[in-house]
Every structure is written in structure tokens, then in C-alpha cells.
Design a protein around this ligand. Structure first.
Ligand SMILES: O=C(O)CC1=CCC(=O)O1
Length: 92
């Protein structure tokens, strides 16, 4: 099952930079592990925003929820999920 996910990162302005840097480092490691597993298929920065658009390929809504809610940045992100279906004109 494919999902388009937008994540907007909203770190508190008063969060110490050392804490933010640690969360971001753990987020990067987790995201790269999921990319290597094939579940996090694409990860793009939104130009000019602290946000990304991602494509996930997972078995279920519950699996996606588990992956997203385990992100170290999860408490500091607004996440929007769009389920994707095959377009009838798509050739892939
Ligand atoms: O910077 C972001 O968009 C949030 C994020 C998701 C995976 C990652 O490494 O950072």
C-alpha cells in the first residue's frame, strides 16, 4: 500500500539546540534505516519550508501509523497522510 505523507516540523523555539540536534540525528538514522528497508521509498524537502513529502510502501494503515509514531520528531510534527491508488492512465 502506497501513501503520500507530508511532515511539517515544528520544534519549540525554546528547545536547546543540543536537544534538537540529538532528535534530528536519531530521526536521520531511523529514516535512513526505513529507506534501506524499502518502506520509506522517497523523501523530498519542500522548497523553502521545514517540511518534507515522502512516499511510504507498507502493508497496512496500522504499519504506517506505527512507523510514523516511532519517528523521534513525531511529537514535533504535523503529519498529513494521503492513501494512493493506481491511476488508470499510469503505465508503471
Ligand atoms: O527534516 C524533516 O523533514 C524531518 C525528517 C524526516 C526524516 C528526516 O530525517 O527528517
Amino acid at each position: 500500500m502506497l501513501f503520500l505523507v507530508r511532515m511539517d516540523v515544528l520544534l519549540p523555539l525554546d528547545m536547546p539546540s543540543s536537544v534538537a540536534d540529538d532528535i534530528k540525528a536519531r530521526e536521520k538514522a531511523y529514516a535512513q534505516d526505513l529507506q534501506r528497508s524499502g518502506k520509506w521509498v522517497h523523501l523530498y524537502r519542500v522548497v523553502g519550508e521545514y517540511a518534507n513529502y515522502s512516499i511510504f510502501d507498507v502493508e497496512s494503515n496500522d504499519e504506517l501509523h506505527g512507523l510514523l509514531s516511532s519517528l523521534p520528531l513525531f511529537p514535533y510534527m504535523k503529519i498529513m497522510v494521503t492513501p494512493l491508488a493506481k491511476h488508470p492512465s499510469s503505465i508503471v
